[in-house]
Every structure is written in C-alpha cells, then in structure tokens.
Design a protein around this ligand. Structure first.
Ligand code: ADP
Length: 725
C-alpha cells in the first residue's frame, strides 16, 4: 500500500511539469465552441512607419501603406523606425453587433501598442509596467463600447512604440474581438493561471531560499554544500527572473535597457547554476566542462554589464542571440547527464529531474520557434523556469527530509550504543572491582593457611633446645657438659676410662608443651589441605573454562553416593555443630553420571550450606524423581541470599560479600565450577533463597546422562534453560 502511494506520488511529480505546460497550452487555445463566435483579426495589416496625428481616423486613406503580417516580427518584415502605425479594416459580423465586446491583444515584443477603434482610443498594452520580454507573456484585453462600432466597415488602428529594434514584433496570435460575455472567461483563465503560477512560485522560491540559506551555513560535507549552493543560485536566479517578469520590482517594471540587461543576466545565472546543479547532482563532482561553462557565463555577464554601461544595452540582443544557441547545446548535455544518472542509479528523484529538464528543453524549442514566428504558441519559458526551480528545491527538500530521517535513526542507534557503552563501562568497572576483591581475597585465603604452615613449625622449632654433650666411641656412653666445661684429646671417658675416645655430639631437647604439638600439626595439615583445595578450585575452573572438561559416565547408585558424602562431609558438619541429614532413598535409585564430578557438585553445595549456616542448624540433602531426571536438593537454614544476588553468585569469583573482611572464606569459584559441571551433564542448577531464611540449591540431571550432541545439533546450553535462579 505504501509502495503504491509512493509510486503514485512519483508519477505525479514526474508528470507535474508536463501537466503545467498542458494547462498553459490549454488556456492559450481558443475553445472550439468560441471560434465561430469570435472575430480573428490576425492576418494582413497595413503599416506606415513614423507617427502623425490623425492616423487613427477611419477615413484616412491607407491604401498606399505597406503590408504587414500579424502576428509577425516588425523589423523581420523590413521596418526600422521606432514608431509605426498598423491598420486593419473589418466588417462586424451580425452576431457581434449591438452588444458590449472585448478586444484582446497579446504578445507585443519589446514595444507598446496603443489601440484605436474607429478613431477612439480603446487602450494600451501595458508592457511598460512589466519587463521587455514579459509583454509577450501576457494577454491584454479591453472592453469595447458598442457605440464605437459601426454596422459596416470598421477600422482598428495600432500605434507601436518599439523599444529594441531587432527584437520586436507581435508573436501572439490572440488578436480577437468577441462578445464581452463569451471572451472574458477565456481571457481571465489564461492571465489568472499565469499570475497564479508565477506569484505562487515566487513565494515558494523565497521560502526555499531562506531554508537553503539556513542549511547552507550548517552543511559540513563539501559535496552537499556545493549542491546546495548551486540550488541556491538556481532558485535565486529563477526568483529574480520571475520578479522581473511579473514586474515585482518597481525599478525593473519599465521596459528599459536596464530591465532587459537584468533579465538576460538572470537567464545566464540560471544557465550557470543549472549545469552546476546537474553535475553536482548526477556526477557528484565537477567536470572539465564546468570550468569552460563558468568562463562563458562570466564572459556573457561581463559583456552584458559593459554593454549596459557603455552602449545603453545596444549589444545586449546580439549577446543574447549568441548565448541562446549555447543554451541549446547545454540543455541536451544536462538531459543526457540526468538520463545517464537515472539509468545508472535508478533513483526515483532522477526521474523527476529528467522529466523537468525535458520539459525545459521542449519549452525552449517552442519559445525559439515562436520567436522566429514559425509557430504561434504560448510562451512556456517562464513556466519552465518555475518548474526547474521547484524541482531543484523539491529535490533538496527531499534530501533534507531524508537526512533528517537518517539523523533520527543515527541518534536512536547512538542512544542505543550509549546505553550499551554505559553497560559495558559498568561491567568493566565491576570486573576491575571484582579483580581487586579477588586479589585481596585470594591473598587472604593464601596467607591464612600459609601463616599457619610457616609460623607453627617456627614456634615448634624454637621449643627445641641444643645441649653440648660428648659420646665415647669405646663404650657408647654419652655425657652432657656443664656450662664452661669442655673436653680435649687427653680427656678420658668417665665411664670406661679410655682416652681420646670422646667426641662432641650436641643433644636436642624439647622444652615446650608436648601436648600442644599434635594440635599444631593438625592445624598445619588442615592449612595445607585448604591451600590444596584453593589451588584445585582455580585449576578446575580454568580447566572447565577452557572447555576441556570431559565426563567419564558410569551408572551410579544414589544410596552409594549418600554414604560417600556422609563420610566426606559428616566430619565437617560435626565441626560446625550441624546436623547433616540425608533423605532415605531406594537402593535401586540411580543415574548415569561422572562419579567424581557429581560428588564434586554435591560437595560444593553441601560445603557452602555448612559454611553459611550458624551452629545448631540442619543441612539436608534430598533427591526427587522426575520423568527422565533426578533433582537433587541441598537445603540449609543459614544466612540465605537476597533475590538480587541470585544471579551474581554463579559468576566466577563473585560473592555476596566481596570484601576481604567478610566473615566466611572462599574464592567465589565454587558455584561457577558447580554450574559448569552441571552443564556438562546437560542439567541445570537453580536456587530458592531469601535473606535470613536459608537456601535451597537444586540440581536437575538427566538419568540417562547427557545426550551425545549430533553434528549441527544445538549445544546443551541451548537446549536447557540457563542455570541460575
Ligand atoms: P565461595 O568460595 O565464596 O563460597 P561460591 O561460588 O561457592 O564461592 O559461592 C559464592 C557466594 O554465594 C558465597 O560467597 C556466598 O555469598 C553465596 N552462597 C553460596 N552458597 C550459599 C548458601 N548456602 N547460603 C548463603 N550464601 C551462599
């Protein structure tokens, strides 16, 4: 549906310039039903160069005046004087007699005509109130008093004042006389349409110029800036052209040499900007032609300016006549450029630009042929300028809109990225903090047993006292020496009396409390075991983390598992003054699992339960059957875990209380190792706990052991919900 709407819109935009031209042509043509009712006064007229009073009089003899075709060029038909009179005699058809009439005259180029009917002044073309080209754009009409008309022969006289000899004449075929009632709507339609399009376009152009000016200052991309600049000049020149055409500027409302120079200059600037716009839009870079084009345009502008300054615009028509063929070379170039871009890029907007350029090209040809009096057609160049300005502006506005969409999307994704970055930063800070805590904890965990291992033996060693003594080789008797006493080679053995048989052999004596020694030795042994466990944890974790963990599956009996765990964990529970309860199980109950790893899972959970429970409580191990699974549960009545920490504790090196001053020891690896071991079995691990209300850790394992992953099958972690709460 959206696609259809877009296609329709595109079709409309492409057809719009042609539709506008068609509207103008339609308004120009006299409706067929009016043709028999209207007197067409075009054709052969009589002309006399010069000016004299009384030449409007119907009785004046003009038989010796020269003939003149109307519409047609004045100097093109061999006349040179800047004043001339044209007269035509006609019979008024009976249908037009006795009622108010309307006389229309359009398209007097670079001149003014004053109309007389049977000697009475009817009106004047108002070209002096517009530009010199503008006079051929519009259609003038005057109401004719029926009393000025005669039943027989009537004489229509036109007094011409030519402003630019060489570029003069009547190009418009609408020299018509009809009833006021029938001809007025036709006249109004044409002039209103022209005024509406030109004034409307002018307002739009001014709006676009303000918009473009604002954006131009902010645009950073040089290519876009160049395109915006070319569009700005194109619309600016088009607006200026329209202003002159509609007589919007008071100082340009007269058909003067200055107005003419301004008009031709605006066409030159338009041509300049049009090529730059098309090259920038289609090629996105300047071509070699652009430089040549700039030189030509600057040359034309300078020549026009100097022609005005030094020769009162005398060369201007020649300059324009030379420049016009260049324009006809330029237009096919830009049409080819856009058509090529259209074929290559397949961008919808290119279709609109190409259509507009075709339209300008067609309008230019029609206008040229009209100027040469080959055809009589409505003047379309002004309309083509409107089309061109609107098209360029529309493309740029579409570009802005697209840019604003892109901006919106970018800022949305930027906001998303910011959130992600914030999250990443938070995680990085977490990791840094955890690393710090880990180092502190691990060194604490290492230092405590190492202290025992190093200091206790030192204390024991200091309780041993060395006593000087001698031993006899001959009788093997030993003697302690008194302080200051010594033996020499002549000293005889006090026991056997043998000489030179005594040898210094110091005696070692334990001076401390002998009953303390086993306690110290136990502490040293426990510390060693603790150290070993810590190192094993780290090794296990890195082994599992690197994906090297392999299972040795075998059938296991739960009751067997119970008794092993009882043996391992029972003493620890007793030390903590806890009751370790194993739920009774059927001796048949079993599963396929790795015995060492399953024991490690349950030992870790039971160890935590014992560690985080106050003395006097109970730690309970149960197992429940589910179809295809066994669910082990380690439940304690300990300190419990707040729900917000349920996820965190499964992360490696994470503890609820991470500070090394915490009460309970540990590396924060136990649960992450446990989780990995459970995942290896394709099971899952979760907990139910609340602060101060004990904890229950659940392990669900498949009774038949993990399923062998077929190649391309989802990994165990994909098949099972993620472990954790
Ligand atoms: P640690 O070596 O610190 O025990 P674990 O990975 O085994 O490392 O446990 C991580 C954290 O989870 C513990 O520091 C503790 O805060 C919390 N925890 C684990 N089990 C229990 C439990 N049964 N009761 C209360 N807290 C527990």
């Amino acid at each position: 549906m959206r696609l259809l709407a877009r296609r329709l819109l595109l079709l409309l935009a492409t057809a719009a310039p042609f539709l506008a031209c068609w509207l103008f042509i339609d308004a120009y043509l006299l409706p067929a039903r009016l043709v028999p009712q209207v007197l067409n006064l075009g054709g052969t007229w009589k002309v006399q160069e010069g000016d004299a009073p009384g030449w409007e009089a119907p009785e004046l003899d003009d038989t010796r005046w020269r003939e003149f075709q109307l519409p047609g060029g004045y100097s093109a038909q061999g006349f040179r004087a800047d004043r001339a009179w044209a007269r035509k005699r006609f019979e008024l058809p009976p249908a037009l007699q006795g009622q108010p009439l309307l006389f229309t005259l359009g398209g007097v180029r670079t001149g003014r005509a004053t109309v007389f009917l049977n000697g009475h002044a009817v009106g004047q073309t108002d070209e002096f109130a517009r530009g010199p080209k503008a006079d051929i754009e519009g259609l003038d009409a005057w109401k004719v008093d029926p009393r000025d008309l005669r039943p027989g022969e009537n004489v229509l006289a036109l007094r011409f004042e030519w402003a630019l000899i060489g570029d003069d004449g009547v190009v418009d075929a609408r020299v018509l006389l009809g009833t006021f009632e029938q001809l007025t709507p036709y006249y109004l339609r044409g002039s209103d349409l022209r005024r509406f399009v030109q004034s409307g376009a002018l307002v739009l152009f001014l709006f676009m110029l303000v918009l473009l000016g604002t954006f131009l200052r902010q645009e950073a991309d040089p290519a876009r800036r160049a395109l915006q600049r070319a569009t700005f000049f194109l619309i600016g020149a088009a607006a200026f052209y329209l202003c002159v055409l509609t007589g919007s500027f008071a100082f340009l409302s007269q058909a003067s040499a200055f107005t003419y120079t301004c008009l031709i200059s605006s066409v030159t600037i338009m041509a300049w900007a049009l090529l730059e716009f098309c090259e920038q839009y289609c090629l996105e870079r300047p071509s070699r032609l652009r430089k040549v084009h700039r030189v030509i345009c600057v040359g034309v502008l300078l020549t026009l300016a100097s022609s005005y300054a030094f020769a009162q615009a005398a060369w201007s028509p020649t300059v324009y006549q030379l420049f016009a063929p260049y324009l006809f070379f330029l237009l096919p170039y830009v049409v080819v450029l856009t058509t090529r871009a259209l074929m290559r890029r397949k961008r919808a907007a290119d279709l609109v630009v190409t259509a507009t350029l075709f339209c300008i090209f067609g309008a230019g040809i029609i206008d040229l042929l009209t100027d040469l009096y080959v055809v009589h057609a409505p003047r379309l160049f002004g309309l083509a300028v409107v089309n061109m300005g609107l098209c360029a502006g529309a493309i740029l506005i579409a570009d802005f809109i697209q840019l604003s969409y892109v901006n919106k999307r970018l800022s949305a994704s930027l906001a998303g990225t910011n959130v992600e970055l914030g999250e990443a930063l938070r995680r990085a800070e977490d990791v840094a903090r955890i690393k710090g805590e880990l180092l502190a904890n691990v060194s604490h965990e290492l230092r405590t047993p190492l202290n025992a291992i190093i200091n206790l033996p030192q204390g024991l060693l200091s309780s041993f006292v060395e006593q000087p003594a001698v031993r006899c080789h001959a009788c093997a008797a030993g003697f302690e020496l008194e302080a200051g006493e010594s033996v020499g080679p002549d000293t005889a053995c006090p026991s056997c009396g043998a000489q030179s048989t005594l040898e210094a052999t110091p005696l070692c004596r334990f001076d401390g409390d002998l009953a303390e020694v086993p306690r110290h030795l136990r502490t040293i042994s426990r510390s060693g075991t603790h150290l070993m466990r810590l190192i094993n944890d780290v090794l296990d974790f890195s082994h599992l983390e690197s994906g090297k963990g392999r299972l040795r599956l075998e059938p296991l009996s739960v009751s067997q598992l119970w008794s092993e765990l009882h043996e391992t964990m029972g003493p620890l529970a007793r030390v903590h003054d806890l009751e370790l309860r194993f739920a009774p199980v059927d001796s048949e109950l079993g599963l396929r699992a790795d015995p060492i790893k399953l024991t490690q899972i349950l030992v870790n959970l039971l160890g935590n339960a014992i560690k985080f429970s106050p003395p006097g409580g109970t730690v309970e191990l149960t197992v429940a059957e589910e179809p295809g699974n066994l669910v082990f549960c380690v439940r304690d009545q300990g300190i419990g875990i707040a729900p917000e920490h349920h996820q965190l504790i499964f992360e490696s090196f994470r503890q609820v209380d991470g500070s090394h001053t915490r009460k309970f020891g540990g590396s924060g690896l136990g649960l992450s190792i446990t989780r990995k071991l459970v995942e290896l079995h394709q099971g899952n691990l979760w907990l139910e706990s609340a602060l101060g209300q004990g904890s229950a850790f659940f392990v669900r394992l498949p009774r038949e052991g993990p399923v062998e992953a077929a190649p391309g099958a989802p990994s165990p972690s994909d098949r099972h919900p993620r472990t954790g709460s």
